[in-house]
Every structure is written in C-alpha cells, then in structure tokens.
Design a protein around this ligand. Structure first.
Ligand code: ATP
Length: 234
C-alpha cells in the first residue's frame, strides 16, 4: 500500500534522512521506532508532502506521492494525526471532529461518519459540546485521533500519540489504536513507547540516525537483543 524507497530529506543543508525504505501493507499496523532526533517525524513529514524529499520515492496505492502537495496526498486517503494534538482549542469537540471531514470526499458522508467514529470513541461522544481546550491531555489525544478518522483514512498515520500521557492513559490510547486497526484502517505509528508499540504492531522498523537499521515482526523486535538494550532498558 505504502512504499518508501531510499528517501532522503532534511532541513536546509542538514540532511536528516539518509535513505529510508519501508513498506506498509493494507490492514497492517506498522510502527517506526527510534530515539529522539532519529528522524521519525521527518519521515512522516516527507511522506505527507510537508517537506520536500531530495532523493528516493514514495508510492501509495501504486501512485507516486513525491512532488504532490499535502492536500492532494490527503485526498488519496493518507491522514496524519500530528504530534502534540493540535486541536482548535476555542472550538467545541464536535466542531473539531467536523473539521476532520474537510476532505472533499469525506464532506458528503460527514454525519454518518461522525456516528461511526463516536462508536469507537464513546468518551469523546460525552464531550461533544465542550471546548476542546478544556479537555484533559488524554481526552485531547482521543479527539485528535477521532478527528483523523473523520477523514475516512485509508492509511492513518500517528505521530507519538502516547506523548505526555499517564501510564493508564497510554494503555487506553493503545487500546484505541487496536480498535481502529480492527475496524480495517491501516496504521503507521511513530512512537517512543517502544514496548507497547511493538506489542501492538504487526511489523516494525527501527530508525537510527536517519536510516532503517532493523526490521521484523513486533514479536521479533521485542526479542531482539539490540532493541532490548537500546530501547527497553534490559
Ligand atoms: P522526536 O521523537 O524527538 O520527535 P524524531 O525521531 O521524530 O524525534 P525528528 O523530529 O524527525 O526526530 O528530527 C530529526 C532531526 O531533525 C533532529 O536533529 C532535529 O533537530 C532536526 N529537525 C527537526 N525539525 C527541524 C526543523 N524544522 N528545522 C531544522 N531541523 C529540524
């Protein structure tokens, strides 16, 4: 479904990605893990068209994404839930969710989509009239994922959804990702919470200094001595 081949990208003269290749197949949950500054967010930005690539290619559903504008990539069904939630604080939860359906094709089916999404996120349903800025961090994260689902994604990309959440909320957040995936949405998840993520993911990639150094199933990577030492602390 998604194919990255030898992607190079960076900011100005500083090259961050030095040939990143990865695949996401339909129906999979794939995770990209790595330390701070490894280039995880940069990889997501490059594939969503938010920064230009200086080498390599990105394909989604057989179509070339390199060179396309971000809104064109969204129209193809590639939806990103950015790091740090980025809700509209002075709009209600409901208004935030409806903003998620701005994609041309999603606009027509908005009400039906909202009903479906609220089935996955019952807690969000209770908060519909509340201002998004007044929600707790965990609730805001759920709204951000729910907003991403409103676009009817073929591929939902999440950047650090567990960031800043308490351990209990981290568990709940991963439960939501599992639920989203079980309903048929393909997921690419960037996380620093390596243990939970690898437990959940079908496959994972380890990114170090702008290149993929390891790949395998979630179970294989959890058992890998390098992963255990570098990311799990044992
Ligand atoms: P984190 O978990 O800390 O977000 P990451 O793996 O997502 O880490 P990136 O955000 O992709 O890492 O950053 C990779 C490198 O690119 C870092 O060295 C960072 O300082 C640099 N970088 C990120 N954003 C910019 C920017 N807008 N301008 C210049 N350099 C940047």
């Amino acid at each position: 479904m998604l194919k990255l081949r030898d992607i190079c990208a960076g900011y100005g003269k500083s090259e961050v990605l030095r040939g990143v290749s990865l695949d996401v197949r339909q129906g999979e949950v794939v995770t990209l893990v790595g330390a701070n500054g490894a280039g995880k967010t940069t990889t997501l930005k490059a594939l969503c068209g938010l920064i230009p690539t200086t080498g390599g290619s990105v394909e989604f559903g057989g179509e070339k994404l390199s060179g396309k504008a971000p809104h064109e990539i969204v129209e193809l069904g590639v939806i990103m839930v950015p790091e740090g939630r980025q809700l509209f604080s002075f709009l209600t939860v409901q208004e935030n969710l409806l903003m998620g359906a701005y994609k041309h094709s999603a606009r027509r089916a908005r009400d039906q989509r909202l009903a479906e999404v609220l089935q996955i996120f019952p807690r969000v349903k209770e908060r519909l009239p509340q201002l998004a800025g007044s929600l707790s961090g965990g609730e805001q994260q759920m709204v951000a994922i729910a907003r991403g689902m409103m676009a009817g994604p073929k591929l939902l990309i999440m950047d650090e959804p567990s960031l800043g959440l308490s351990p209990l909320l981290v568990e709940q957040m991963f439960e939501v990702v599992r639920l989203v995936a079980s309903r048929g949405t393909t997921v690419l998840l960037v996380e620093q919470n390596v243990f939970h993520t690898l437990k959940l993911a079908d496959r994972g990639y380890v990114l170090e200094n702008g290149t993929i150094t390891l790949t395998g199933t979630g179970t294989e990577l959890l058992a890998n001595p390098h992963v255990r030492r570098a990311y799990l602390g044992h």
